[in-house]
Design a binder for this molecule. Structure first.
Ligand SMILES: [Cu+2]
Length: 292
């Protein structure tokens, strides 16, 4: 009896070890179960939480399957004799009430920790960008800059023929301050694994601000994630993450009077969006002509 329980314990430990090890290295993709990787520190934290939860769920699931199989085999019907009847095992009932409670408490602890990290705001972000949403496009303003043409801060605004490009540096904390000119929009960059509603009149609160640290250079599509009207679906933008040096050069070129497109080309980037394109005007023209 003693030997058997020792064996069972070794087997359980081995299983747990194998699951944990594979979860930490080769198996992360397996345990991510389709969860995307994302390009920010915050996205990575959320992914880690998800993978940890998957592994925990797998461990609990396997333990339950083993116990079910064991009970079914060990206590299967062997003859016609009625087995020993038992009821009200208080210690056992307490154990199976407490164990789920502990599991939920641990999951809750990690969830709150990650949530606080994702919503964390630094005292001094490296870059602040104002995002203004309107029906049906976006404006991105860099408040710490001055355009030599008019003395206003540098900004990029999209229209029906041009996708606005939001240029950000990598490896720096970026604060987005969201504002809406009309209805509720939602700022969503799928690769950030994050979106935030933009509620008109909320500009000076804390609910319209979030921060990320982007870790990968590239071009990523951004969208409005709140049904905001007829052309909601066309309210796309592009995030272009570049090195810190390129970002400085980009802003300097903008301050010197270059357009977004020219300034992007001056740092060796595509001048127009590569991940999405302006919506087709056909529908609009059709509507104008036929009235439906
Ligand atoms: Cu919108």
């Amino acid at each position: 009896m003693a030997r058997r329980s020792k064996l069972a314990r070794v087997a359980a430990l081995g299983l747990l070890g194998a699951l944990t090890l594979s979860g930490c290295s080769v198996g992360t993709e397996l345990f991510a179960i389709g969860w995307p990787a994302g390009i920010t520190d915050e996205a990575q934290r959320m992914r880690d939480l998800w993978i940890g939860s998957s592994i925990a769920a797998m461990v609990v699931g396997v333990a339950v399957w083993i116990m079910i199989a064991w009970a079914a085999i060990r206590y299967r019907k062997r003859g016609t004799e009625l087995p020993r009847q038992t009821a009200y095992n208080l210690p056992l009932e307490i154990v199976y009430t407490i164990i789920p409670f502990i599991i939920i408490a641990v999951l809750f602890f990690y969830t709150v920790t990650v949530q606080n990290r994702v919503q964390q705001r630094s005292d001094e972000p490296d870059v602040t960008i104002a995002v203004n949403a309107f029906k049906w496009n976006w404006q991105f303003v860099y408040p710490d800059t001055t355009d030599s043409n008019g003395g206003e801060p540098v900004s990029t605004v999209g229209d029906s023929t041009q996708i606005p490009i939001l240029v950000v540096p990598v490896d720096q904390t970026i604060r987005f301050e969201l504002a809406s000119a009309d209805v509720i929009h939602s700022f969503w960059v799928p690769e950030f694994l994050f979106k935030l509603d933009i509620i008109p009149g909320n500009e000076n609160g804390r609910d319209n601000v979030f921060e990320v640290t982007v870790r990968e250079e590239g071009a990523y599509v951004g969208r409005c994630a709140e049904l905001c009207g007829t052309y909601h679906a066309f309210m796309n933008f592009e995030v272009r993450s570049v090195s810190g040096e390129d970002f400085e050069d980009y802003l300097a070129a903008r301050e010197a009077g270059q357009t977004t497109s020219q300034a992007l080309e001056s740092i060796g980037q595509d001048g127009t969006a590569t991940t999405t394109r302006p919506f087709e005007l056909e529908r609009q023209e059709h509507t104008a002509l036929t009235g439906d």
